[in-house]
Ligand binder design. Structure first.
Ligand SMILES: *Cc1c(COP(=O)(O)O)cnc(C)c1O
Length: 432
């Protein structure tokens, strides 16, 4: 009935998440509020890990792309589930370290890691660096030498794939700021270059073709292209690259018409391509890494708002204003992302009213959804926007000096705060 299986309706007709009444949550913890279902997150982690075990003899590791949602508790959950972690900044790394995340399972990404970030990561023995460009390669080698260390690296490759998704989240094509291009010979040059450095250990090749992708085919093509490149490296340079990182990008359900591939099937199909290609090329089967972010947390989270005002503009539209907006959800403004919206206290009623959900920021573009169908709505109702577990809290801002919401995690039908709501005092903490 809803886009995520952690949502339901109780006997009062209220929306529930992880078995807990969302209307009570809004009362207890105030709004806007992010709520996440821990069981759903853990189940998805296990599904990915199990699919690697089932279809690839466990010869791989799942890394959670923490940029989707990063906080100490999330890092602890991922650590407990035995997954690795992607970080793309010193801040995400710091969060992981503060949560006691095992550093050997951390992979450091980013197209412009600063020297300070690289030094910080080397000091903490981060397990793996995904190198984006030649400048970084040189810098990393020099900084690792300075600490008398050898950094495990892989190279980020643009396989030349245009996955079917929004342009802003497409990353595998040649015109992308990320990584080395294959077609131009840049990638091979980078491999050559990397082999000459003594303080980096070239272990793998990495690619990530984009986000919110529903087809398996672009992933299969990317895997094939990457293996062919690894084969070419062996022939031309004489080294065998042992690891292949296939990135993340698996789509999730925001609205009914979204049809994500079951994550277990993904690994089944990809394993087949990897095995077949390796056999054809007589290339040793590599260790596989994959990096889901959105699909681990996205459907596990919702945002709760309180309806403050309703403005009917005859023959044009009805604006329903909520107590949050682009500060906690910039995705509609950025990508016109579709969402399912539910009046949480009337969740069993039919969605018969067409409305536009507006935020409270001083921007006409501060909308969460336009022309969407929801239940008959009144001031004071609790509004739930679904599938907001990924790229919402992590993309939140302080525009208009709006405090960031709290995040509540539900486990065994019990809610607990994992990120406190910000206060006005937090907003001026660094003001002088
Ligand atoms: C963003 C990103 C991911 C995760 O993508 P999702 O769409 O959230 O699964 C994985 N790997 C890299 C390198 C990324 O930049």
């Amino acid at each position: 009935m809803f886009v995520s299986d952690c949502l339901s309706v109780n006997e009062k007709g209220h929306l529930t998440i992880g078995g807990y009444d969302t209307v009570s949550l809004a009362q207890e913890f105030s709004t806007p509020l992010f709520v996440m279902d821990e069981e759903k997150i853990r189940k998805t982690c296990r599904m990915y890990q199990n699919s690697l075990n089932t279809y690839y003899q466990g010869r791989g590791m799942v890394l959670y792309a923490s940029k989707a949602f990063s906080c100490k508790e999330m890092c602890r959950i991922i650590a407990e589930e035995g997954l690795g972690l992607d970080v793309v900044s010193g801040g995400e790394l710091y969060t992981a370290l503060q949560a006691g995340f095992p550093t050997e399972r951390i992979h450091f990404h980013g197209n412009n890691k600063t020297e300070e970030e690289l030094i910080f990561a080397l000091e903490h023995d981060v397990g793996h660096f995904v190198v984006d460009n030649l400048t970084e390669l040189e810098t990393l080698d020099r900084l690792a030498a300075g600490q008398n260390k050898t950094a495990n690296i892989s190279l980020r490759i643009k396989p030349g794939i245009e996955a079917h998704t929004h342009e802003a989240v497409m990353t595998g094509q040649i015109d992308s700021k990320f990584g080395f291009a294959l077609e131009t010979g840049e990638a091979m040059e980078a491999v050559n270059f990397a082999t000459r450095f003594r303080h980096v250990n070239l272990k793998g090749m990495h690619n990530h073709i984009g986000s919110q992708i529903f087809d398996i085919e672009p992933f299969q093509n990317a895997a094939k292209i990457m293996l062919e490149f690894m084969h070419q490296i062996r022939q031309e340079i004489g080294i065998v690259i042992e690891e292949l990182n296939l990135g993340g990008g698996f789509g999730i359900k925001y609205v009914e018409s979204d049809t994500p591939v079951p994550y277990g099937d993904y690994m089944k199909e990809i394993s087949q391509v990897v095995y077949d290609t390796c056999e054809k090329l007589k290339f040793p089967v590599p260790y596989i890494l994959m990096e889901p972010g959105r699909s681990i947390v996205g459907e596990a989270g919702i945002t709760l708002y309180r309806v403050g005002g309703i403005k009917e503009i005859p023959n044009i539209r009805t604006y329903v204003s909520v107590d949050g907006g682009m500060t906690d959800n910039p995705r509609y403004a950025l990508y016109q992302s579709p969402y399912s919206v539910v009046v949480a206290n009337k969740a069993s009623q039919p969605a018969a009213k067409k409305v536009t959900i507006a935020g409270k920021c001083c921007e006409s573009g501060d909308l969460i959804q336009e022309h969407t169908m929801i239940q008959e709505v009144e001031v004071g109702d609790t509004l739930a926007v679904l599938s907001t577990g990924a790229y919402h809290y992590s993309m939140a801002s302080h525009y208009n000096r709006i405090c960031k919401p709290a995040v509540v995690m539900i486990r065994d039908s019990e809610p607990r705060v994992i990120i406190k709501r910000e206060t006005y005092a937090d907003l001026i903490r660094n003001d002088l």
